[in-house]
Design a protein around this ligand. Structure first.
Ligand code: 5AD
Ligand code: SF4
Ligand code: FES
Length: 359
């Protein structure tokens, strides 16, 4: 990994992130003593850089239509078993309002890649939700740069779009008709538009090895991502990868820890996928460098139809249940829920005294 202000994480850690061979050995033994130390280093670094508070983001899964056919995903267009739904702008705004009343400061608007929502429809929803005093994060996939720009101007401040895997050949196999090159180009455009950009990847994908994971780390660092979402691959029976093995909690948490060491100020969620393969998976990630949780805010009637992977947690819970559940879990670790908006601190710093940055 090249020298950049970001490999300062290495100095907090007993492990040199630039030493690829050492990282590869570590990744080959995610349950070992060295891995345990890396998790502890990342936990300590997280406390020093972003603090002990945990930021909550209320997730609104507003449409499960998707034009793509990602081999791993339950919402792929080829999966005929999914009952498709689209929430109306009014329903989306009502869910955000409910989130605000539960104390969320950020909502994440997520969907499959669904062209039925025009750029202007999304922009109007953003403006209304901003009017509630909430931060808006978008997670709606690949769109045109002018649309990203319109939404940024409408007030969206964060965009999540995982690179999924940094191996271009594997990316191509998993995403028919798409390319890693295009994905990375769009992530760079989002950065130029002054979004806080979230990338991320899955751990345990068929065809992935330790070298791929090292490349995932390098790519997140090269993008200087403000947020990095890391979850285990979970085989979905109604997809072509349904019979493959899934990712483990151990290896996923080790990648969370290494990501924290590489990007000391990043916002790193303890993902729902981790919570879905292990009842304490999210707690494990929060103790390995993570500092964000994204509880579900989708109306209950739609939840069972948004199964990107099987056995997803919280399908039967109401938004208020998840809000309460997650607070208790965070407090059980001796941590607290943050009450500020939870922006990336380096992004905030860049904007101070930079009039061109806008709002
Ligand atoms: N297992 C785990 N994560 C998945 N995602 C999609 N399908 C699966 C799966 N089967 C992840 C992708 C996507 C995010 C919204 O969900 O990384 O970016
Ligand atoms: Fe669509 Fe996203 Fe699922 Fe791919 S991962 S099929 S883009 S919802
Ligand atoms: Fe939904 Fe625990 S977060 S029930």
């Amino acid at each position: 990994m090249g020298k950049s202000p970001n490999d300062l994480g290495a100095s907090y850690s007993r492990i040199d992130l630039n030493d690829q061979n050492r990282i590869l050995r570590l990744l080959a033994n995610p349950g070992g003593e060295e891995a345990r130390q890396v998790l502890a280093d990342a936990d300590r670094l997280r406390s020093r850089t972003v603090g002990d508070k945990v930021h909550l983001r209320g997730l609104i899964e507003f449409s499960n239509y998707c034009r793509n056919n990602c081999l791993y995903c339950g919402l792929r267009r080829g999966n005929r078993k999914v009952a498709r739904y689209r929430m109306t702008p009014e329903e989306i705004i009502a869910a955000a309002e409910h989130g605000a009343s539960l104390g969320y400061r950020t909502v994440v608007l997520q969907s499959g890649e669904d062209p039925a929502y025009t750029a202007e429809t999304i922009a109007a929803v953003i403006r209304d939700i901003k009017g509630l005093g909430l931060v808006v994060t978008l997670s709606i996939g690949e769109r045109e740069p002018w649309e990203y720009e319109l939404w940024r101007k409408a007030g969206a401040e964060r965009y999540l779009m995982r690179h999924e895997t940094a191996d271009p050949a594997l990316y191509q196999r998993l995403h028919p008709g798409q390319s890693l090159e295009q994905r990375v180009a769009l992530l760079k455009i989002l950065k130029q538009l002054d979004y806080q950009v979230g990338t991320g990847f899955m751990v345990g994908l068929p065809g992935q090895d330790s070298r791929t994971l090292y490349a995932d780390l390098e790519l997140a660092l090269a993008l200087n991502a403000e947020m990095v979402g890391i979850g285990p691959f979970i085989p979905h029976p109604d997809t072509p990868l349904g019979r493959e093995a899934g990712g483990t909690v151990e290896l996923t948490c080790l990648m969370v820890a290494l990501t924290r060491l590489a990007l000391p100020y990043a916002l790193i969620p303890a993902t729902t996928a981790l919570g879905s393969i292990d009842p304490f998976g999210r707690e494990a990630a929060l103790q390995a460098g993570a500092n964000v949780v994204m509880p579900n805010l989708t109306p209950r009637k739609y939840r069972p139809d948004y199964q990107i992977y099987p056995n997803k947690i919280c399908l039967g819970e109401e938004a208020a249940d998840c809000r309460g559940c997650i607070s208790k879990r965070i407090e059980s670790l001796g941590r607290r829920v943050a009450d500020d908006p939870g922006h990336n601190l380096l992004w905030l710093q860049r904007r101070v005294g930079s009039p061109v940055a806008g709002s």
